[in-house]
Design a protein around this ligand. Structure first.
Ligand SMILES: C[S@@+](CC[C@H](N)C(=O)[O-])C[C@H]1O[C@@H](n2cnc3c(N)ncnc32)[C@H](O)[C@@H]1O
Length: 285
């Protein structure tokens, strides 16, 4: 079997199992097996696969037909122009989450001052590490209540030599950071509602940790708890950023305005025009 036949076979095989991006997935998996970048496949269509490569490729295609995400098969995912190690203990970083970073980086004096930035529910550390890469003066305090997620997040910080700038803590919500001053708080906590969770079965999402997805009946259980904890905290961050799901902004912002009246609240839309990030700015900073 040569490269062109392998990609065509892979496409048909995945397409038959209703895998959405069958063409690109088959190419990416073949590139992974051959340890070559995608352009190699286009420029070497007649190159023959060895028996071992063919066997491995078929094995990966089979895994993909069962909806195992490509990122878990490869063990990596690109986020904010960096490659992150991922496994089944962490959510696969999503492109929407890059908006949260873009918004944080708009804070005017961020690059010149030493800010303490919290990343709650860090998962593989994608937000924390991406911020640390461009903000060498700041200290990033990343938390998660999953010990397995933190093992991976630490590996990602080590990969980019950022262990001095990113500190990891295990624990729930703000508990591990009670004694830390925080200038900025960012969180991408689980926010799928119960209805969305029922549709997870037999999709790629079924491979991702439930603890990273499910946000209770209306998806806002985690944010309500976090907002209540922030309200009880004496030292309040100047800025707070939450990633949320569609149709959650109005309900969440009403709750926030009751518990945190000292903040201006705004929604930032993603490329699909969905209110994706909630930004809170402390009044009279
Ligand atoms: C939606 S994932 C986000 C992962 C990553 N920050 C990202 O943006 O891709 C939510 C993360 O929150 C963590 N988590 C769930 N409950 C938590 C809690 N009570 N306190 C801290 N982290 C929690 C999960 O383990 C998971 O890693």
């Amino acid at each position: 079997m040569n490269v062109i036949n392998a990609t065509l076979f892979g496409y048909k095989f995945l397409n038959k199992s209703k895998i959405a991006f069958a063409e690109i997935d088959s190419e990416v998996l073949l590139g992974y097996v051959l340890k070559k970048p995608l352009p190699f496949l286009y420029l070497n269509q007649q190159a023959e696969l060895s028996k071992r490569q063919k066997r491995k490729y078929l094995n990966l295609l089979n895994r993909r037909t069962k909806h195992e995400p490509v990122a878990y098969i490869l063990g990596t995912k690109c986020f904010y122009q960096s490659e992150f190690l991922v496994n089944k203990s962490v959510l696969i970083p999503r492109p929407e989450t890059e908006l949260l970073i873009d918004e944080i980086l708009k804070i005017t004096d961020l690059k010149t001052k030493r800010y303490a930035i919290a990343d709650l529910g860090t998962g593989c550390g994608n937000i924390a590490v991406s911020l640390a890469k461009v903000l060498p003066k700041s200290l990033i305090l990343a938390t998660d209540n999953s010990a397995k997620a933190l093992i991976l997040a630490r590996k990602n910080a080590t990969k980019y030599k950022l262990n001095n700038n990113v500190k990891f803590f295990q624990g729930s919500f703000l508990k591990p950071l009670l004694n830390h001053r925080l200038d900025i708080l960012a969180a991408n906590l689980p926010y799928l509602n119960n209805k969305e969770m029922t549709k997870v079965i037999k999709t790629d999402l079924s491979y991702e940790p439930r603890i990273a997805l499910s946000g209770g009946a209306d998806g806002l259980a985690y944010y309500r708890k976090l907002v209540a904890e922030i309200a009880q905290r004496d030292q309040k961050p100047k800025y707070i950023f939450f990633e949320i799901g569609s149709e959650q902004y109005i309900r969440l912002s009403k709750y926030i305005s009751r518990l945190l009246p000292m903040y201006f609240i705004e929604a930032i839309k993603d490329y699909a025009s969905i209110d994706r990030v909630v930004k809170l700015t402390k009044k009279g900073r």
